[in-house]
Design a protein around this ligand. Structure first.
Ligand SMILES: [Zn+2]
Ligand SMILES: [Zn+2]
Length: 166
C-alpha cells in the first residue's frame, strides 16, 4: 500500500519533471529557432554570414525532443481525457443507434414475411389472419392435432410444439 503510494508519487514527480523539462526545452528550442531564423533572414538581407544559423539547426531537433518530453508528461492526462470524454460519447451514440437499427431490422422483417401467407393450392397471397384462400377457398390454416395451435396449412411442423404435421 505504502509502496504503491510512493511509486505513484515518484511517477507523478517524474511526469512533472517531464512536463517542466519538456516545456523548458520547447521554449529554448523556439528561442533558438527564432534567433536562427532572424539571423538567417537578416543575413539574406545583406547583413553578412548568418553566424547564429546553427541555432536553427539545433533548435529544430530540440523542438522535437521538447515535444516528446512534454508528450510523456501529459500522456496520462491525455489518455484519461480520451477515456473520460470519447468513450461515453461513443457509448451514447451506440445506445442511440442500436434501437433504431433494431426497429428498422424488425420493420424490414415484418414487411418481408409478415401479414401475408401464400395459398398452397393456387399461390394467391392472403392476409396473415385469413383462414381460407380468398381466391380458391382452400384452407390456409389448420389446427395442430397435438397442441391445438393454429398453424399455416403448408407448415410441416407445428411452430408451437414441434409436432410433425402430415
Ligand atoms: Zn388459393
Ligand atoms: Zn402443436
Amino acid at each position: 500500500m505504502k509502496d504503491g503510494t510512493d511509486r505513484q508519487k515518484r511517477h507523478k514527480r517524474n511526469k512533472t519533471i517531464f512536463k517542466v523539462t519538456g516545456i523548458a526545452v520547447l521554449c529554448v528550442a523556439l528561442g533558438m529557432i527564432v534567433t536562427g531564423m532572424v539571423d538567417f533572414f537578416s543575413a539574406m538581407g545583406g547583413a553578412g554570414y548568418p553566424e547564429r544559423f546553427w541555432m536553427l539547426m539545433v533548435g529544430l531537433p530540440l523542438l522535437a525532443v521538447g515535444f516528446t518530453l512534454t508528450g510523456l508528461g501529459f500522456r496520462r492526462e491525455m489518455a484519461t481525457y480520451i477515456k473520460n470524454e470519447s468513450v461515453p460519447v461513443f457509448n451514447e451514440a451506440g445506445k442511440e443507434i442500436a434501437p433504431g437499427v433494431q426497429s428498422i431490422a424488425s420493420a424490414v422483417r415484418e414487411g418481408y414475411e409478415g401479414s401475408a401467407q401464400v395459398c398452397p393450392v393456387c399461390g394467391e397471397t392472403n392476409r396473415e389472419e385469413s383462414k381460407f384462400c380468398k381466391k380458391c377457398g382452400a384452407p390456409l390454416k389448420r389446427v395442430c392435432p397435438h397442441c391445438g395451435e393454429e398453424v399455416a396449412s403448408d407448415s410441416k411442423f407445428c411452430d408451437k410444439c414441434g409436432e410433425e404435421l402430415g
